[in-house]
Ligand binder design. Structure first.
Ligand code: SAM
Length: 262
């Protein structure tokens, strides 16, 4: 058996080099630790701006009545609920009563439990499901979804390309992929201010609000290790997606990569 098969390949966990297997374990630990305060902390760190990014990403996905949607690393389920609400709106406009469905899949049971607790489960009865699964090895049939989304999740994968290939496998031909992720700033003049805010403020905020400084130190380090927009676009294309576009938000603090399965 090769090192790669046993998960011995080295990958980054923030600024540390660890084995793939260790990264999976440590990432699980991070999100188990912050699950109950995750949504509050997101709002505090970004001043709520992450909601605008997610809203724009879901408008690009353009959910339709009757579609099947998968949100990978979906955490507390924000994108999945947005998908269903937008599909219903589109259906109401056109008088199409078919109901879209959405699956939130995440490797971490604690994040899913936090999501279920804050969802209006009666409203989404039979349309929203929660499945604990690794995004690099999805328990779904080939060509079974119209849209796959992932927000702020793929940075945490031990093997990003394996994940992208799985998204391609489960999408129907013509299906849409939207990946929202922290990215690299496109305005060098703002980089210093962004770094100062990130390194001086966020870990302390994590300690105060979520009782966990180390997890938020990992967050800011992992953002710096993530590839730039063009490198990531090439990875997505390499996994079998076409017409991959990039939309930068707030000078590249976050970026949406949107592509089509062929
Ligand atoms: N998508 C949600 C959002 O935008 O609010 C949650 C994002 S949270 C920063 C990252 C999520 O990725 C966590 O819920 C974590 O458990 C999940 N995750 C990390 N590695 C994963 C993997 N290999 N497969 C599936 N989920 C994973």
């Amino acid at each position: 058996m090769t090192g790669q098969e046993t998960g011995d390949r080295k990958v980054s966990f923030g600024f540390e080099e660890v084995t793939e297997a260790e990264k999976v374990d440590r990432v699980k630990g991070v999100f188990r630790s912050v699950a109950s305060r995750y949504d509050i902390m997101n709002d505090a760190m970004s001043g709520g701006v992450h909601r605008l990014w997610k809203h724009d990403a879901m408008n690009r996905v353009n959910p339709q009545p009757g579609e099947r949607h998968l949100d990978v690393a979906g955490g507390t389920g924000e994108l999945a609920r947005a998908f269903l609400a937008l599909a219903d709106k589109a259906g109401a406009r056109r008088g199409d009563a078919r109901q879209a469905t959405s699956i939130v899949s995440d490797i971490n049971e604690a994040m899913l439990e936090a999501g279920k607790a804050r969802s209006d489960n009666a409203k989404w009865e039979g349309r929203l499901s929660w499945i604990c699964a690794d995004g690099q090895n999805l328990p779904f049939a080939d060509r079974s979804f119209d849209a796959v989304t992932i927000s702020f999740g793929i940075r945490n994968f031990a093997d990003r390309v394996a994940g992208l290939k799985e998204f391609r496998r489960v999408l129907k031909p013509g299906g849409r992929l939207a990946v929202l992720e922290f990215s690299q700033m496109t305005a060098p003049m703002l980089q210093k201010a962004y770094d100062a805010y990130s390194f001086a403020v966020i870990p302390g905020m994590g300690e105060m609000i979520a009782g966990d400084r180390a997890s938020y130190q990992y967050l800011i380090e992992s953002i710096r290790q993530f590839p730039d927009q063009e490198t990531f676009r090439a990875e997505i294309e390499g996994a079998g997606f076409r017409n991959v576009s990039v939309t930068n938000y707030h000078a590249g603090i976050a970026a949406l990569h949107f592509g089509w399965a062929v």
